[in-house]
Design a protein around this ligand. Structure first.
Ligand code: PHB
Length: 403
C-alpha cells in the first residue's frame, strides 16, 4: 500500500506508520483538537437492517467493527463513533439520510449501502462534495466506478459486472445452449443480467426470455410457471438475502431444480443456504469468496467472526471486514487526521489487501477491487470452490475519468 508521498508531513506520517505499526499513528494530533481532547472519528453507516437485505447489512456492520476491534479498536489512534442509520430498501429516502449524516452528524466517512439504486440516490448528495470519503461495502452499481467515478468514492465489494460476467461464461462452459433470465428489476438485476447474457451469448449461448420481478417482491409463482413452459436449458438469476432464500426454495418446490439448473452470481446462495436447505444443494455460482479457501487469513477471519457473532461468515462480512482494513490503513497513514483528504485518497487508491479473507486483492484506478472470482458449488450448505472463474478480474471501468 506504500506510495511515494509528496509532502514532508506525508513522509513523517508514512514513516511513523511503517516503523511502529498502526498504533504509532496515535502520536500525531490533528490541528483542530487540543492534546488530550481528540474527538472520535465519526463513521456514518447507511445499511439495511430490516427487509430482504437485513442479513447483508448486519454482516457488513459486524465484520467491519470486528476488523477494527482486532486492530485495537481505534483509527489512527482515535476512538470511533458509529452513526448507524437504516437505509431501508428503496432509494426514495436515501438522499435525505445521506444529507443528515454529512450536514448534521458531520461524519468523517460514510460506509454504505447494500442496494445499487440506493447507491445512485446517495451519490446525488455525496458525489458533488469532496468530503466525506465514501466507502461502498456492497452495492455493485457499475456506474459508480465507471462514468460516475470520483476521487473520494471507493468500493470494497465488486461491480455488478464482475461475478455475473464469469457466471455467464460458466453456464456456457457447462454446455448450456438456451437460458431464461429471472431477476429483480432494479440496477443490480439489470446490470448483472446484462453482463451474464453478454458473456453467455459471446460463448455461443442464447437468452430466450428475460423475466423481471419488481423489487423487493418475493412472489415468484407466475414466473416459475413461465419458466416451466419455456423449458430452457438453464435459468440465470440474481437474488440476494431473503429474496434468494425464497426464490431458491420456490424453484425447488415447483419441481424445476432437477430439470432446469439454476446459475448466477453467488449472491443466490450466499449467506442463505441454512434457510434454503436441500433446495440449494448442487447450485453452481461465481463469486469472489468461497467457504473452503483455507488460507491462514481466511481461517483466522472465520474463527474470529464465529466467536464474535455466533454465525458463519459470508461474502458480505468479508466486504465489511475489508472496509475496516481500508479505514485502518488510511487513518494510520495520516495519524488520525480524517481531514487529510489527499493523503487518505493516496493510501486508499494504492491499497493492497494482503490479509483479506477472499484472497489478495488491490484497488483499481477506478477504486473498485481487482480480485479473483471463484466457481463454487453448494455442498452440505457450504459454498465449495470447485474452480477458478477468473484471476484478478478488473472491471472495465468504462468512462471513468478521475478529476
Ligand atoms: C446491489 O443492489 O448492488 C446488490 C444487492 C445485493 C447483492 C449484490 C448486489 O447481494
Amino acid at each position: 500500500m506504500k506510495k511515494k508521498l509528496k509532502t514532508s508531513r506525508r513522509r513523517f506520517v508514512a514513516a511513523a506508520a511503517a516503523t511502529t505499526g498502526l498504533a504509532a499513528a496515535a502520536t500525531f494530533v490533528p490541528a483542530r483538537f487540543a492534546i488530550g481532547a481528540r474527538a472520535p472519528v465519526k463513521i456514518g453507516v447507511l445499511l439495511p437492517f430490516g427487509g430482504v437485505y437485513a442479513m447483508l447489512g448486519n454482516s457488513i456492520t459486524d465484520a467491519m467493527k470486528l476488523r477494527i476491534e482486532l486492530a485495537g479498536g481505534k483509527l489512527g489512534g482515535r476512538d470511533i463513533e458509529y452513526v448507524i442509520v437504516d437505509s431501508e430498501w428503496t432509494p426514495a429516502k436515501a438522499p435525505l439520510k445521506a444529507k443528515k449524516l454529512v450536514s448534521k452528524d458531520r461524519v468523517d466517512f460514510v460506509v454504505g449501502p447494500v442496494h445499487s439504486g440506493i447507491a445512485m440516490a446517495m451519490s446525488t448528495v455525496l458525489r458533488p462534495r469532496k468530503l466525506p470519503i465514501w466507502i461502498i461495502p456492497n452495492a455493485g452499481n457499475n456506474k459508480l466506478t465507471r462514468e460516475l467515478c470520483a476521487p473520494h468514492i471507493f468500493r470494497t465489494s465488486f461491480t455488478n459486472w464482475q461475478s455475473a460476467h464469469v457466471a455467464g461464461q460458466l453456464m456456457a462452459n457447462e454446455g448450456i445452449k438456451t437460458a431464461v433470465t429471472c431477476t429483480w428489476k432494479y440496477a443490480a438485476g439489470t446490470q448483472m443480467m446484462e453482463a451474464g447474457k453478454a458473456s453467455f451469448e459471446k460463448a455461443g449461448g442464447k437468452v430466450i426470455k428475460e423475466l423481471w420481478v419488481p423489487f423487493p417482491d418475493v412472489e415468484f409463482q407466475a414466473y416459475l410457471s413461465e419458466i416451466a413452459a419455456l423449458k430452457p436449458d438453464a435459468v440465470f438469476s440474481f437474488y440476494s438475502g431473503g429474496g434468494a432464500v425464497k426464490f431458491v426454495k420456490d424453484y425447488a418446490a415447483a419441481g424445476l431444480k432437477d430439470k432446469i439448473p439454476l446459475y448466477g452470481p453467488g449472491f443466490l446462495t450466499e449467506g442463505a443456504t441454512k434457510a434454503q436447505g436441500d433446495a440449494a444443494e448442487g447450485i453452481k455460482t461465481a463469486l469472489h469468496y468461497a467457504d473452503n479457501l483455507d488460507t491462514k487469513e481466511d481461517n483466522r477471519f472465520r474463527a474470529a467472526y464465529k466467536k464474535a457473532t455466533g454465525k458463519d461468515p459470508n461474502v458480505f462480512s468479508v466486504q465489511g471486514y475489508d472496509t475496516g482494513s481500508l479505514l485502518l490503513q488510511a487513518m494510520a497513514a495520516v495519524g488520525g487526521d480524517a481531514g487529510a483528504r489527499e493523503e487518505i485518497i493516496d493510501v486508499m487508491e494504492t491499497a493492497t489487501f494482503y490479509d483479506s479473507p477472499r484472497g489478495v486483492w488491490k484497488m483499481s484506478k477506478a477504486h473498485n477491487p481487482i480480485q479473483d472470482i471463484y466457481i463454487r458449488r453448494v455442498e452440505e450448505g457450504r459454498q465449495i470452490k470447485i474452480g477458478m472463474g477468473a484471476e484478478q478480474l478488473e472491471d472495465p471501468a468504462t468512462g471513468c475519468k478521475m478529476s
